[in-house]
Each structure stands twice: as C-alpha cells, then as structure tokens.
Ligand binder design. Structure first.
Ligand code: ADP
Length: 523
C-alpha cells in the first residue's frame, strides 16, 4: 500500500482504521486490486512514473460519514480527491491529480431526492447517474426531460460541476444548477442560495439567495464536497425539429456564423449544435487528403461541389410547440438564404411522447434527452481512449477558419497527420473547439501527444483562446495561461483555498490551485 505524500505509514494506517470504524471496513479500499479500479484508463501518463495513483479509496453513504472522513483527513493532513461516479473519462476519470491521494468515492450516495414536473427541477445526490435520473422520471411518468451529455453514464453532479454540456435547451449544465448542499473542508455543512433559509420553499427555483453568489465557487473547484444539487429540467416539449444549413465555400462560414449567432442570442435557437466542416471531417479519401494537406481553397471547394460535400454545415435543433419550431426553422432559412448557393435539409422531426416504434428509430437519443452510450460506437475500433483539447473561441466564422488552420498545421508539423476538429455551441456566446486525439498504452506515443497538447495550449493562448476544461495532467499548464496581472485570479483562488482549507486536504492541484503547504514557487 502506498502512502499519501508527507504522511507517515503509521499515521496513514491509523487513519485507515478510523475510516473503517466510521464507514464499515468494507467501504475502505486499500488492496492493489481495488485501487487499480480507480486508475484512469485514458491517462496520458499511463504506466509512467508520474501517473497519479491513489493510495486508498473510501466510499461513504451519507453526509455524516463524509464529515467523519473529512475530519479524520484533517487530523492526519491526508489529501482527498472527490468523485461522484468517476466516469469523467478524457479528463482524469476517477484518478486523483496528486498521486497518493485518497479517492472520496460518492457512488453509493445515489438517491434521487425529488423530481418536480410542475416547476421542472430535480434534487439529486452525487452518485445518481443520468441513466438513474432518466429511469426515475420514466418510472414515475413525469413530463420532464433531463439533459444528458455524451455518454450518459456519468452523473448530473460531476458533469455540471465540471461545466459539461448536453444538447437540449438545458445544455449548459452549470447554468442549470440551482442550489447546493456542501460539506466544507473542515466538515461544516452549508447550503447555498435559498437553501441557507431554513424551510425555504424555493431552494431549487431561485439561485441567488442573498449576498455574494457563491455557487460558482464549487465548480471546477477544491473548496467543498457537494452532497446535494438542484438541477433544472426541461418540460417535455410538443415537438423537435432538426433543420440543417449547408454552405459550399470556405468563407461562407463568416456570414453563416453571424446569422447563427443572432439565432442563438435572440433565443430563436436554444439547443446545442455544431458548426461542422464535413470536408475536414470527411471520410478518408486520398484526393481529399492531398487537398487538405496543401491544396488551394478553390480546389477544396470544387472537390466538395463535385462530391456533394458542403464546406460547412450547421444542424439547427428546435424544441417547443410544433407551430413555433416550424416557424423558427422557416425564419432561419429566410435569414440564411442571403448566402449564395446555401442549401437546406429538413428533419428529422418528432412529436412527443414518442411511441416505442418511433423511439427505436431515433438516431441521436441525447438530442431528445435520452441518455445513451452510443458515442463509444463512433470511436474507431482500435481506439484505446482519447483526450480533448478544447479551447473557447469567439462565435465568429473567421476565428473558426483561423483555429482550424492553426491546429491542423501544428498536428502536421509534429507528425500527427491531419487534425480531427469539431465544435460545440455548449455555451451561449462562444464556441468550444474539440480537437480530439488518441491516448495509447504506449509511453513514447503518449509523450509525443503531451508535446502536441502543450504546444496547442501555448499557441491558442497566444491568440487569446483559453481551454474551458482539461484532463488533470494539463490543469497546471492551462492555469498558467490565465495569467492576467501576474496571476491575480490564481492568487485570489489560493487566498480563498488557504482560508477555507488550511490543511489543504481537498483535491490538491485541481485546476492549478495548490494548498499552501504544497505550493511551488510560481514561475
Ligand atoms: P461523473 O460523475 O460525471 O463521472 P466525476 O465523478 O468523474 O464525474 O467527477 C468529475 C470531477 O468533478 C471530479 O474529478 C471532481 O473534481 C468533481 N466532483 C465530482 N463530484 C463532486 C462533488 N460531489 N463535490 C465536489 N466536486 C466533485
């Protein structure tokens, strides 16, 4: 059994004994076999010395047990790493950032505490997965949708705290969080927003409560262990309609995104979508590969026209009353008709509730609030995992052209072939580019991959693009780029961290924030 950094073997075995007394011996894991399950199968440092491996894991089943775990951790200064279901693959999974940390596994706390289909919210514990919540809603015949990400085996808790996204109008997951209960690093129990008012009737309906708004301090954070969370749900709509806009010239993306931005900002289009380039993502074809590697823009456009592949396309999902979604799509088509040569594709469209036959035909269930693991089927069969580089860029066509060209040229320069880039409109006024590349069980390849990743971070930052989220391996690198005024933001985070968690026990290193006793001199 390894020992957390800075903790003596005697102290660690005393702490383990005390956790066993508090939780029951079967919920404290120390064997290599058990600890192995908490390793990150998508780790970019797999089998290297720096792979962070937990020393133990504890699985409490309630707030009081979490408080006991935290108090013991404080006494011995043992770092904990909190996970809900630990399915955060691509970002670290259930492995800690700091090797030797003890994983605080909240999977057992999997109660759906409430689903309200009149005011459209749920109150959940950390271990509730999207599948669990969906099943609960189906079993109770409630007329609300959840908003699952790809894939749906993780938890609303973990995904929302990490500021993940889905597809329906509730796709910005942290924006849909309303009210939390949190165990603080010293074991104190706190409720945010209206939850601070004993007997409050609107804990899941009004986010702000009174005084400084503190809910955000617990997202991508190491300041607390969230034990209950309110999530806004979407009332089952009457209809869904997908309409796709396709343009055929590279620079058409500029007016296209301008129109799209108006549709988003005005609320005419409220789902999450992608500004895709089918020519960049198209199936491998030697002619296209040659063009991508250095052909002229006109030659690419000509190829696309010949093969019927648009340069850019945007699928627009509309949700709501049938007449309204039809009118919204008509409006979008009218606006986009100003782009010469634009073409449109109508559908699919659905009316809810779907019967079993219609349901079986749905190609993309997450679009209509149904959790799925379908995404894994889209990965190449030889895939051993992947990791995403995901900078936030302006909702602007020229920025997309610039970013696509830059990332592609860096991929090629470092010998990775062409970049496979996609975009998501998960957040209201910006675009996330997802540059997905493989992680391997091969030390040399992973080293090269890290070189590519770090180069992308620097080049993106030099252009004013920062990542919205990252794998634990790169949290320090990303934090370094958010450096305005000599890292004023990180220094503020550290001040808060030191005040709230003086022993530095919660998730050290998360998002580049280290407790004082582990803080290295900053560059
Ligand atoms: P998911 O349940 O979606 O698989 P994870 O359990 O992997 O998500 O959690 C993702 C990250 O979110 C964790 O690494 C941790 O930093 C943070 N996190 C998850 N659950 C909690 C929680 N209950 N309280 C505080 N932070 C959490």
């Amino acid at each position: 059994m390894s020992v957390p950094p800075g903790v003596t073997p005697k102290d660690f075995s005393d702490a383990i004994k005390r956790w066993q007394e508090a939780l029951g011996a079967e919920w404290v894991f120390t064997s290599d076999e058990d600890i192995d399950l908490y390793r990150d199968p998508y780790s970019p440092v797999w089998h290297e010395q720096e792979e962070p491996i937990a020393s133990a894991a504890v699985a409490p089943d309630g707030v009081e047990q979490i408080q006991a775990v935290v108090r013991i951790a404080n006494q011995y200064k043992i770092p904990l790493w909190t996970i809900s279901t630990g399915k955060n693959l691509g970002y670290g999974g259930s492995a800690p950032l700091l090797g030797g940390s003890v994983v605080l596994d909240l999977k057992r706390m999997n109660r759906v505490l409430e689903v309200n289909d009149k005011n459209h919210y749920a109150l959940v514990e950390p271990g509730v997965s999207y599948f669990d919540l969906y099943r609960y809603i189906q079993d109770h015949k409630l007329k609300v949708w959840i908003d699952p990400p790809d894939p749906g085996w993780g938890s609303p808790m973990g995904n929302s705290l990490e500021r993940g996204g889905g597809y329906t109008p509730m796709h910005d997951h942290f924006d849909a969080v309303c009210g939390m209960e949190v165990v603080l690093p010293d074991g104190e129990l706190m409720r945010t927003g209206m939850g601070a008012l004993p007997g409050a009737k609107t804990w899941q309906q009004y986010k702000y409560g009174f005084g400084p708004y503190i809910q955000g301090a617990f997202s991508q954070s190491s300041l607390g262990i969230v034990t209950k969370m309110g999530v806004w749900l979407y009332p089952e709509p009457e209809a869904y309609l997908l309409g796709t806009v396709m343009v055929w010239k590279r620079n058409d993306v500029i007016p296209l995104v301008e129109i799209f931005t108006e549709l988003v900002s005005s609320g005419t289009m409220r789902g999450c979508t992608t500004v895709a380039s089918p020519l960049w993502l198209g199936l491998p074809d030697p002619e296209l590969d040659t063009l991508r590697a250095g052909g002229s823009v006109t030659a690419m456009e000509e190829y696309g026209r010949r093969k019927g592949i648009p340069y850019w396309s945007i699928p627009l999902p509309f949700y709501g009353p049938a007449k309204v979604v039809a009118a919204q799509w008509e409006y979008a088509k009218k606006k986009c008709s100003s782009i010469p040569g634009v073409t449109f594709q109508d559908g699919p469209s659905y009316r809810f509730p779907l019967n079993a036959d219609d349901l079986a035909k749905v190609r993309d269930p997450v679009q209509i609030g149904i959790p799925s693991l379908q995404i894994f089927g889209l990965l190449p069969p030889q895939s051993r995992g992947h990791i995403g580089f995901s900078p936030i860029v302006p909702m602007d066509g020229q920025a997309l052209i610039d970013a696509f060209s830059l990332f592609d040229s860096i991929h090629r320069e470092l010998g990775w072939g062409r970049a496979v880039l996609t975009t998501l409109t998960s957040f209201p006024r910006a675009i996330v580019i997802i540059d997905l590349f493989p992680v391997e069980k091969d030390v040399e390849k992973n080293r090269k991959m890290r070189e590519l990743y770090r180069r992308l971070i620097k080049e993106a930052a030099a252009r004013g693009w920062g990542e919205y989220r990252t794998h634990t391996t790169f949290m320090g690198d990303i934090s370094n780029t958010y450096s305005f005024n000599n890292h004023a933001l990180r220094r503020f985070h550290e001040t808060v961290k030191d005040a709230v968690d003086p022993n530095g026990i919660l998730s050290p290193g998360k998002c580049g924030i280290w407790p004082k006793r582990m803080r290295k001199a900053e560059a």
